[in-house]
Write a protein that binds this ligand. Structure first.
Ligand code: SF4
Length: 436
């Protein structure tokens, strides 16, 4: 466990079995859901979904109790007369935006989010954003991206948002020069602060987190900029950064002790920091992480785990489960596999692990039942039916909402997997006592 990981993702994932590619019924969220964590991160942004009542209901259910705290997102509901072309959608949108900005003048960035209905009727939100920008800039900045279920699955909504931010940055460069390092991928503030402290200890300056906490945070990217992905689902963002000249630092993702060390070392070595200095800086947090994980490892060691597709984080979670917690991986489902970005993770998995991309949910459920794993990582819609069959599940949505990256969170991540197994052990123990 203490061996340094390879930081390069150049190793081909030859160890894994052929990918199962399936198209059929999906059990996944659309990209609108990512607004739930994005609106908490960017503190002066407002996300306006242009969609139907279905979209509004989805946001309400996914946000849970958050909807009672005057969140910074809403849905501009398209009515039948909009869909029938009886009203000019652009005029209606202008009126909604005017009312919103009058009521919430603290909004600095208004984000128009496209949905299935707005895409089906070909409402051009980029054009609308351009028009609104001309009217409201510089007080309010307006950008647009798509979170529709036709185009995006869950975390891909964040990918489209970040790509739109990068493209928009061209018009709003930072006051200082180009960023030397861009860390792309939404991280909880607490995780961002921990990484910032480590980067300062490495002597790295001009580090920019994307997205930033404020819409007004400027960002200049040029050929001197290196970027590293903090999340595995950022294909469009990576392409947008590279189109501005930035170069990717190749690394596995910062989950667990080994993932975090490999990720940090990839960054440190790219900026010429020597290994002895690096080890001295990360030694203490690394030990703390190892200790925290060791507390939960006995619960997961040797357990067989099946991961359904959800967030594209599945290959990284599987690598962590196998490498640091001793789990046996039965199948890794992912809605989409960005092979270049997850090659390093797949290369660290044992031979023969089944990987599936996309989904035909009934067939996948049959495979899962047949494999009879000890733990199933799946969405809310599948979890309770599986539990009713006497199987143990972990809701995958928690990996998107909980701070899990970095050393200080490595134990919490282990606990997320261990908790359902612990709970089951308590309940079966009680049942046994009751039967005696
Ligand atoms: S964007 Fe599409 S998939 Fe998402 S809630 Fe709206 S209609 Fe449903």
């Amino acid at each position: 466990m203490n061996q340094p990981l390879p930081t390069s993702c150049a190793t081909p994932p030859a160890a894994t079995a052929a990918t199962i590619r399936q198209r059929g019924q999906h059990e996944v969220f659309c990209g609108l859901t990512s607004i739930i964590w994005l609106h908490r991160k960017v503190q002066d942004a407002f996300f306006l979904v242009v969609g139907s009542r279905t979209c509004a209901h989805l946001m309400q259910s996914a946000a849970g109790v958050m909807i009672f705290s005057e969140p910074r997102f809403a849905t501009a509901i398209m009515e039948e007369r909009d869909l029938a072309g009886m009203a000019d959608m652009h005029d209606e949108l202008d009126q909604v935006v005017a009312r919103l900005l009058e009521r919430r003048p603290d909004i600095r960035m208004l984000v128009l989010v496209g949905s299935c209905p707005s895409e089906v009727i070909k409402l051009d939100l980029n054009r609308a954003a351009g028009r609104l920008n001309a009217h409201y800039a510089p007080r309010h900045r307006v950008i647009a991206y798509s979170g529709s279920g036709i185009e995006t699955t869950f975390t891909q909504g964040e990918d489209n948002f970040l790509a739109a931010l990068v493209q928009d940055q061209a018009t709003r460069p930072a006051k200082s020069g180009a960023a030397r390092l861009v860390v792309a991928g939404c991280l909880a503030d607490v995780v961002e602060d921990q990484f910032s402290r480590l980067f300062s200890a490495f002597g790295l300056s001009d580090v920019v987190f994307l997205p930033g906490r404020h819409a007004t945070d400027g960002l200049t990217i040029d050929s001197n900029t290196r970027y590293v992905l903090a999340q595995p689902y950022l294909g469009a963002t990576a392409a947008a950064l590279e189109s501005r000249g930035a170069t990717r630092i190749d690394a596995i993702f910062p989950l667990g002790t080994e993932g975090t060390t490999a990720w940090l070392w990839a960054i440190a070595s790219a900026f010429g920091i020597d290994r002895a200095r690096f080890d001295g800086i990360v030694d203490q947090p690394r030990r703390r992480a190892e200790q925290a994980i060791s507390h939960y490892r006995p619960w997961i060691d040797g357990k067989r785990v099946f991961l359904f597709p959800d967030s594209q984080m599945e290959p990284s979670l599987a690598r962590y489960l196998h490498q640091e917690l001793g789990a046996e991986i039965v199948e890794i489902g992912s809605p989409y596999l960005h092979r270049e970005h997850v090659a390093g993770e797949l290369a660290l998995l044992p031979p023969g692990v089944a990987i599936s991309e996309g989904q035909d949910v009934d067939i996948q459920i049959d495979r899962c039942r047949q494999a009879n794993p000890d733990l199933i990582v799946c969405g809310l819609g599948l979890a309770n039916p599986f539990e009713a069959e006497g199987r143990i599940t972990k809701w995958s949505i928690e990996f998107a909402f909980t701070p899990i990256q970095g050393y200080e969170q490595a134990g919490d991540l282990a606990e997320l997997f261990a908790r359902p197994l612990m709970r089951n052990s308590i309940l079966t123990g009680r049942n046994r006592e009751a039967a005696q």
